[in-house]
Design a protein around this ligand. Structure first.
Ligand code: PEP
Ligand code: MN
Length: 356
């Protein structure tokens, strides 16, 4: 692992540092109107916009491409805001360097590919541009820290990381589960690396932005990258998670900045509590899904005239779970109690009340 010491802070700005702008640049007017409305938000550091959009399905809006660079440079001239753009290929990198973009970021879908990160690093080497690296879509800290190291190896030293959450099976209620312990681990590995949080892609819904943003600041992150659109309802990408510049101003105004001097012990306690909170959210999600499936089973039993309580199935299930419990070093009696409760609740969903 490379040492963290050589990372100079590329963000010579007050904290929290805010980067905001639309998910995608859509037209010259949308870019200019959004930038003009954002420019007076206190602490606003840079204006972001996506020009090349990595979309899950073909045929979705894939961004306006290089012509958007002209709209962005006009917005920069009019507002004085620095520009931040996502790049996904060396050609994007070269176009942004030529247009005088101030910051680039490598998106979550690109960070998963080490060859691509190397190609981008090569295209940027020799420039002094600031580069932000989003976490990869999958929760792999090695890919994330590896991308930072690949850029450092090519002499790119103005770096920051962006936490945008992870695509995992149990991500609800988030669009991308925050798994806060991973960015906290990155902050421990690279102690000087600024860490921003992107609450828009974590939450996926604008109602969730304020609490995620506050949590990020409470955990010691340096700032936020937030999607803001002049008319979110009409946005061509990510409409549910974008906020108007006015809503963003209120969100930023409501943020409480973290007390300085948090001791190491308190920070670790906070880290473990955050993990517990996240695990409990996943447990609840699992229990809810289990009961939902029990409901479907109940309907099938009814359709086939079967009794909800099937003693043999229950005996086999319990035996299996207690055996698994001991391989996980869990007390089988404790696990028996949990499954007895779960079974009772499941049968309740199937219209049967039993006492084990
Ligand atoms: C974005 O910021 O618009 C974006 C596509 O982000 P991510 O790479 O985090 O999905
Ligand atoms: Mn987006």
């Amino acid at each position: 692992m490379c040492s963290d010491k050589q990372i100079p802070n590329p963000f010579d700005s007050q904290r929290p540092l805010i980067i905001a702008g639309p998910c995608s640049a859509e037209s010259a007017k949308q870019v200019m109107d959004t930038a003009m409305a954002l420019k007076d938000i206190p602490g606003l550091f840079a204006f972001r916009a996506g020009l090349w959009k990595p979309r899950t399905r073909p045929g979705d809006f894939e961004g306006v491409g290089e012509k958007g660079l002209l709209w962005l440079t006009e917005a920069k001239r009019a507002t004085g805001l620095k520009l931040a753009v996502e790049i996904a290929t060396p050609a994007h990198a070269e176009a942004c360097l030529a247009a005088g973009v101030d910051f680039l970021w490598i998106g979550a879908r690109s960070v998963v590919n080490p060859f691509l990160v190397d190609d981008i690093a090569r295209a940027l080497s020799g420039s002094n541009i600031g580069v932000m690296v989003k976490n990869p879509v999958n929760p792999d800290i090695g890919l994330w820290s590896g991308a930072i190291e690949r850029l450092m190896k090519k002499g790119i030293s103005r770096l920051a990381a962006v936490h945008r959450g992870f695509n995992i099976y149990l991500s609800k209620p988030y669009r991308n589960a925050p798994l806060w312990e991973i960015p906290l681990e990155m902050m421990a590995i690279f102690r000087e690396l600024p860490m921003l949080c992107d609450p828009s892609h974590i939450g996926g819904k604008r109602e969730m932005l304020a609490s995620i943003s506050q949590k990020a600041l409470d955990l010691g992150m340096d700032g936020l990258m937030v999607e803001s659109h002049i008319n979110p309802a009409k946005a061509l990408t990510d409409p549910a998670q974008q906020v108007t510049p006015g809503e963003l101003a209120r969100l930023v105004g409501g943020l409480k900045t973290r007390k300085s001097g948090v001791t190491k012990g308190v920070a670790s306690l906070e880290k473990y509590r955050t993990s517990i909170d996240e695990l409990d959210e996943q447990l609840l999600e699992l229990i809810s899904r289990r009961l939902e499936v029990a409901g479907y089973i109940g309907e099938l039993k009814k359709a086939h005239d079967l009794a909800p309580y099937q003693p043999e199935r229950w005996a086999r299930l319990l035996e299996d779970r207690m055996e698994k419990a001991s391989t996980l070093r869990l007390d089988p009696d404790f696990v028996k109690k949990i499954f007895t409760l779960l079974h009772k609740e499941s049968l309740g969903r199937q219209g049967e009340v039993i006492d084990h």
